[in-house]
Design a protein around this ligand. Sequence first.
Ligand SMILES: [Zn+2]
Length: 235
Amino acid sequence: MINLTISGIEIIAEKKQIKNMYIRVVPPDGKVRITAPMSATDDAIRMFAISHISWIKKQRQKFKNQLRQTERKYVAGESYYLWGRRYRLDVEYSNIRNDVFVSGQKIVLQVRRDSTLQQRANVMENWYREILKEAIPPVFEKCEKLVGVKANEWQVKNMRTKWGTCNIEAKRIWLNLQLAKKTPECLEYVIIHELVHLLERSHNEIFRAYMDRFYPNWRAVKDHLNEQMLDHMEE
Ligand SMILES: [Zn+2]
């Protein structure tokens, strides 16, 4: 691990058995990571970082703006996404029951007038969870047939940094709750990606060849997902 500071930005570099040097800015807080070949000198890494500094700053600004946008207050007029479509939130007060439903171009959140931010957040989260859980089985089955493997179990989790995970030994796949907000192809891509891990553990050439075979458009969908930040979460 090498720590650099350039224009006041801290950068962590790591050397690995790879051919090319690459850089990424990691949401949500814009940490900068460089992965370099074992042969790269500290100077080469520093020059690489300097040559990307304006790009780094742009990425960090983007994350900052997105972070501001995702701090929710659960009041009318906020934007919420469902399957890649944008809706405006409407809040209705009811003492009878909490509910969320789509009405035309709006997502209507029905809660008690005196409900707290956390309670409203929970109602919305449960709604997204239900929608995603209902959508997954047919897609999952289709993807399992395509890849030719079966998982033992899948679960929906609200994860901060990952769209999906695969426990290879247990054959258990976790899918991020926030996939309900993205286009349906994102869900399909993440499921196929995690299922391919049952064939190949690492993100290596074999893995990529499987992805090319089972989901030729995977690079575009992956880029699209990576551009989007996961929601701001308190924990
Ligand atoms: Zn993976």
